[in-house]
Each structure stands twice: as C-alpha cells, then as structure tokens.
Design a protein around this ligand. Sequence first.
Ligand SMILES: Nc1ncnc2c1ncn2[C@@H]1O[C@H](COP(=O)(O)OP(=O)(O)OP(=O)(O)O)[C@@H](O)[C@H]1O
Ligand SMILES: [Mg+2]
Length: 300
Amino acid sequence: MKLIYVAGKGGVGKSVCSAATGIWASEKGLETLVFSMDPAHSLSDIFDIDLGSQPNKIKEHLFAYEPDLAEESRSFFRRYKNMITALFGLFEVEVKPEDFASMPGVSELIFMDKLNDIYVQKKYDLVVIDSAPTAMVLPLLQLPSITTGFVTKVLGIRNKWIGVLNMLESGFGDSILKEVRAMRLKAETMRNALTDPKTASITVVTIPEKAAVEESRRLIETVQSHGVNVSAIVINHVIGECPCQFCQEKMASQTSYIQDIRNRYHDKDIVILPDYGGEVKGDRLNRVAEDLYVKGQMEI
Ligand SMILES: Nc1ncnc2c1ncn2[C@@H]1O[C@H](COP(=O)(O)OP(=O)(O)OP(=O)(O)O)[C@@H](O)[C@H]1O
Ligand SMILES: [Mg+2]
C-alpha cells in the first residue's frame, strides 16, 4: 500500500489535487481511497456526492472517506478509556467524550488512529490523504514521536504506579498499560510508514505568491527533517497568456516565484496547474488529473 499525503497552506488547492489524484489512480486500476484528514471536510463538495461517514464508493476502484470527528471521537474515547481517564485524572480534570475532539491536537490523534486502521487492513493500493492546512499538518507529523515519547514515559513509571492503580480498581493499571501499548504500536507503525519513501510521499501544493512560497519552504524543511520524502510540488493558480497590463504584471511576479521554486527544488517533480477561472469540482477534476499526471508528468 502507498500513501500520498497532500499538504500546503489553507485554500491553495489540496482537496482538488487529492480528489484529482484519486481519479487518476483509480483509472489506472489502483484500488484508491481519498481520505480527508481535515475536520472541515470538503471532499463531498468537490466530488459532488454526499459522502457518509464510511468509505464511500465513487466509481470503479475509487472510494472517498470523511471520518465524522464526533463519532470517531466517541469510539477513540472507548478504545483508550482507561488511559484517557488516568491521564486527565492526574490533572484532576474530568473529560467527556463529546468535549474530547475539540481539545487541541486531539483531532490529529483521532485521524491518525483511523488512518492506522486503514493502513493495517491493506484493503487499498493507494491512500491519498487530503490534509488540513499546514498549521495542523506539522504537529500531526510530529505526533508519532510525541506519542511514543509520552507512552515510553508512562511505561517507565509502570513499576511505581501500576500496582497502586490496580489496587484502586482491579485491573485498572493493567488496562492502562494495554491501551498505552496499543497506541504506541499504532504511532510507531504510522511513523515507520510515513518515513519509508517506498510507502509514503508528500505532495506539497502551493501558489506562486510570497507568503505561500515561504510557508511551503518551511513545511518542506520540517517534514524532511522528520525523514519524510517530499516528491512533488504543485504550483496552482498559474495564470495563462493575456496581453492586459494586470495579467502581464501578475505573470511576471508568478514567473519569478516559479523560477525560485524550480531553482531550489530541482530534485523534485514541479508541476504547474493553471487557474481554471472558477470552482473545480465534479467533471472538471478529470482536467486537473490530466494536467497533473499527463501534462505535468507527475508520478504516483
Ligand atoms: N486551479 C484552480 N483554478 C480555479 N479554482 C481553483 C483551482 N484550484 C482550486 N480552486 C478552487 O479554490 C478553492 C479552494 O480549493 P481547495 O478546497 O482544493 O483548497 P484546500 O487547499 O483544500 O483548502 P483548505 O485549506 O481550506 O482545505 C475551491 O473553491 C476550488 O474549487
Ligand atoms: Mg481542503
């Protein structure tokens, strides 16, 4: 199974590129899932289909999935009930399953847990991950090591506390350990998958403007420092030839940012995606797929 993680600043075209990649891969006969890791899901709109909270078949070989965060939060809470209770108990905070998902960092944890379920099932040849804007992607990539560090600490205090917790409630300490081990196994599995270039790669989507180019540079540095392979950069919303002064000036500025990106990342696939002059959804996705994978010669 391969994972393609589509990342970038807010609104640059991640979901459009994820959906188009799903279409392209499925047409090549790969069993493909487009998985939304953004709490503000938009795949339903882009595919123009009402996706339920289960992987939904869009067409031959193509599935899309927008996990329902509230529902998944409840099941995550059940799965790790003892660990969560003990952790919040340490700080004397009572936490309810319905409030849990809105806590900082928790949605990434829940989506990562869900992605792990899909990864270990090995039902698909390719999973395209439509991620949340950059700000949320960074902690997500750090999550496996944070979780591993955290659970290692908890395991480290095993001898001190587990017996005491078992005395409070029979089996409570052992249940915590069991859940902590399960979570560590998942975090490690996903870290190994994400840092294996044969399994995972990141496609960074950007636009040829200063703030977006700078943010992409930081994103690429950060993920590469975590050992994750960035294979392609999509430069979206590039305008075409037009003699008017406004477009000429915009083109000159876009060209200079595109050149910057080409100079800095000559080892990566750099693909230009034109501005289509209107919302991209439904059948228009085929054109995006062609522009990425035929004209742009991106590879899956
Ligand atoms: N090349 C393009 N030409 C015209 N419109 C585009 C293009 N690419 C994306 N769009 C439009 O821009 C909007 C944002 O695109 P999209 O939802 O894919 O961005 P995103 O990066 O996923 O945003 P978010 O960070 O909010 O998840 C959508 O309305 C989409 O139809
Ligand atoms: Mg999106």
